[in-house]
Design a protein around this ligand. Structure first.
Ligand SMILES: Nc1ncnc2c1ncn2[C@@H]1O[C@H](COP(=O)(O)OP(=O)(O)O)[C@@H](O)[C@H]1O
Ligand SMILES: [Mg+2]
Length: 259
């Protein structure tokens, strides 16, 4: 199983949007796909149509191992290949458990070994803060995708995320490599890119190998439409808007093939 964490150290950077479309596209290509919601705000869980009762197992129980791993994995209504380990707002209570365990950075990686034979790929939606949950989802990753708004704030979010990754690698808390940086909400007026967007994307190219900066996700209501209609962009006829995800899917497909 190839594990990819979608992370960026601020809210509103496109993490959940990216995770959701990657999950839909990978599962539609026939890969058994596990999605994991690690944000106590649980937007991914909601977008996938789940309204959980307080007693239903989630990532909290998966991490604490209080039930079997399979009990925390739910089939989704999107297709037969897409599954979810959901979150709810109780997930915040796992922070102390992770820090007291002494092995917080490797705990999720260890837990995922139990299901690694069932799935080809695991897509993890990370929380926006630098927290114990954030460390364990980066520790579990083979690769990271870092979405970052094409703005001053987004550029800052990328820089902080790369700093964190560097620090974690230094102490052996992760081996994750950056698979791509995905500029989010890139604004264009006709054929002209907004100045702030252009400056931010240029800044991103200076922070990582320029080849790692993926084609942008344009500012557009159509992404939200697709999320709400539980569809992919191409299913709604917006194939051109899907291009950044297609490039990513191609990279991921090759990595799955070589694993
Ligand atoms: N292409 C887009 N243009 C404008 N807004 C978008 C686009 N794609 C998604 N959004 C909206 O932007 C907001 C933030 O995206 P989200 O993926 O939730 O970020 P994060 O998970 O990093 O907090 C959401 O309300 C989402 O619906
Ligand atoms: Mg989110």
């Amino acid at each position: 199983m190839l594990t990819i964490t979608i992370t960026s150290l601020s809210g509103g950077q496109g993490k959940t949007t990216t995770a959701l479309f990657l999950g839909r596209l990978l599962s539609r290509q026939g890969f058994p796909t596990l999605m994991l919601d690690s944000d106590p705000q649980h937007n991914l869980t909601t977008y996938l149509g789940f309204e959980l009762e307080p007693n239903q197992p989630t990532l909290l129980e998966f991490l604490k191992k209080t039930v079997t791993p399979e009990d925390c994995i739910y089939p989704t209504s999107y297709n037969d290949n897409l599954f979810l380990i959901p979150a709810d707002d109780q997930l915040d209570t796992v922070q102390d458990y992770l820090s007291n365990s002494g092995v917080g950075a490797t705990l999720l990686k260890r837990r995922l070994e139990a299901v690694a034979k069932i799935f080809k790929v695991c897509i993890i939606d990370a929380p926006p803060q630098r927290s114990q949950i954030c460390l364990t989802v980066i520790g579990a990753a083979d690769y990271l995708v870092i979405p970052a708004e094409a703005s001053v704030k987004g550029y800052g979010s990328l820089v902080r995320t790369l700093d964190l990754l560097g620090g974690l690698r230094d102490v052996g808390a992760t081996n994750a490599e950056v698979l791509g940086v995905l500029p989010f909400r890139d604004r264009w007026f006709g054929n002209t890119q907004a100045q702030e967007s252009r400056a931010a994307v240029e800044g991103m190219r200076d922070e990582v190998d320029a080849g790692l900066v993926l084609p942008s996700i344009r500012e557009s209501e159509r992404y939200k439409q697709a999320i709400n209609k539980r569809a992919t962009l191409s299913e709604l006829g917006y194939t051109d808007l899907e291009y950044p995800f297609e490039i990513l899917i191609e990279k991921i497909g090759k990595l799955i093939g070589s694993k």
